[in-house]
Design a binder for this molecule. Structure first.
Ligand SMILES: *[C@@H]1O[C@H](CO)[C@@H](O)[C@H](O)[C@H]1NC(C)=O
Ligand SMILES: *[C@@H]1O[C@H](CO)[C@@H](O)[C@H](O)[C@H]1NC(C)=O
Ligand SMILES: *[C@@H]1O[C@H](CO)[C@@H](O)[C@H](O)[C@H]1NC(C)=O
Length: 400
């Protein structure tokens, strides 16, 4: 009697849960197209959240994801290897946007999202600093990463497991420029006298041929537009359509013109579907003098918010005032062009503590070059730039 009852029940004991599962997965797949992503909270966060406004909080649990053994390091920025003081402290600060959380990059997830796509950086050594952090971060997910230097790239890597290339094209002014020596009456070239000819309407060779290769591009120029790089005795002379512009332009007027032409070149030549960013200035932190006047950045902590204007507002005429001035010109040139601004300036202004300073990996370097209060230690602040950039790229990619 007992047995008879159990028998017909037995198949149902198995079938019922299966039926429930089947129903559940059916309704789940019906719901799927409506729900935008498995991480809806984060998507809406990057839609509504300004990742560039926030503060640095101490987070003793934060750890860099790479170390001094990364093969893409540049010696002078490899602060762990150079045994810079304070590296633990430098990397214990976490950037916290005002209205959301900024996660550290997940290199596996990011490279998977980027499969068969390429990311390019074009600009000066601060973009190299940026890309170096990016390469070291991504390599964590693909130890077979190979150095890659084609198509005019200065530095880069190919990630074979994902078929992704990330590379940097060095073009410090973005426009083409070259040394033009002065000829003496006898026709001899002078070694030290001459000018730098800048063709404001021609992109530098280093990135002339990359139009279709990259799916994401990050541009910058700015750190070379100063009289320490191009002193009055060997100035920049601006040309357009192959002829010198007269009357001769001051440096920042030349920058304006270069920005205008490079932005319109990007709009014309680079496909619409390419995601384009323009990185604003990385602030310098020379204290007490310029780089060649014993300027120093031996700080143990980030600056306070209340100190930033004193350091950086151009009206205070401080050593590092140029960043905000140049940013204004870039913002004007890039407005309404479809190129997205990467405003890493404000967040980086705090970080007077995070430059290589005197730990440059070579004994004589400080005596010759002064402290480096311009580039950043790696691991360090550019890792947070990478977190932000990868978040923005992910957001674009998920939106289609
Ligand atoms: C790798 O990516 C490139 C695009 O960058 C694509 O043209 C190529 O077919 C991909 N190769 C493989 C093996 O998927
Ligand atoms: C760019 O491409 C053109 C045409 O294919 C070629 O003549 C030129 O040498 C290339 N420039 C660089 C820097 O690779
Ligand atoms: C920099 O410091 C050195 C050593 O203290 C000193 O000899 C030199 O005069 C200083 N230079 C400037 C420009 O202040």
């Amino acid at each position: 009697m007992h047995r008879k009852l159990i028998r017909p029940l037995f198949p149902w004991l198995i079938l019922l849960p299966l039926l429930i599962l089947l129903l559940y997965s059916l309704t789940a797949s019906l719901r799927a197209p409506i729900s935008p992503s498995p991480r809806p909270k984060k998507i809406s966060a990057s839609l509504t959240c300004d990742l560039f406004k926030g503060q640095w909080n101490r987070d003793p649990n934060r750890r860099p994801i790479y170390d001094e053994t990364c093969p893409f390091h540049r010696n002078a920025w490899n602060c762990l290897r150079n045994q810079r003081d304070n590296m633990g402290s430098i990397n214990s600060w976490k950037w916290v946007p005002q209205t959301c959380d900024l996660p550290q990059i997940d290199p596996f997830r990011f490279l998977d999202l980027m499969r068969n796509r390429n990311i390019g950086f074009v600009g000066d050594s601060l973009n190299e600093n940026f890309v170096t952090s990016f390469l070291c971060s991504l390599r964590v997910a693909d130890l077979g990463a190979k150095k890659w230097k084609r198509k005019g790239a200065w530095k880069g890597a190919y990630f074979p497991n994902f078929n992704v290339t990330v590379a940097y094209h060095r073009a410090v002014l973005l426009a083409k420029y070259k040394w033009q020596p002065k000829y003496s009456a006898s026709g001899d070239q002078s070694q030290s006298e001459g000018v730098y000819r800048v063709d404001v309407d021609i992109p530098a060779d280093d990135w002339a041929n990359i139009t279709n290769f990259y799916d994401v591009l990050v541009f910058n120029t700015g750190h070379w537009w100063g009289y320490d790089k191009f002193p009055k005795e060997t100035p920049l002379v601006f040309y357009r359509a192959g002829r010198p512009i007269l009357p001769a332009l001051e440096m920042l007027d030349g920058l304006k013109l270069v920005l205008k032409h490079m932005v319109s070149h990007i709009q014309k030549e680079i496909p619409r579907k390419t995601i384009k960013f323009w990185r604003l200035q990385s602030p310098r932190h020379f204290y007490g003098g310029e780089w060649n006047q014993n300027g120093s950045c031996l700080f143990n902590e980030p600056l306070q918010e209340s100190q930033l204007d004193i350091w950086f507002d151009p009206s205070n005429n401080g050593v590092n005032r140029e960043a905000r001035t140049i940013n204004r010109l870039i913002n004007e040139a890039v407005r309404d062009t479809g190129i997205e601004i990467l405003d890493l300036t404000h967040m980086s202004e705090f970080r007077a503590d995070a430059h290589p300073a005197i730990w440059l990996g070579r004994k004589d370097a400080v005596a010759v070059w002064g402290q480096d209060c311009m580039h950043w230690c790696l691991p360090g602040v550019p890792d947070t730039w990478v977190d932000i950039l990868s978040e923005l790229i992910s957001h674009h990619s998920k939106m289609g």
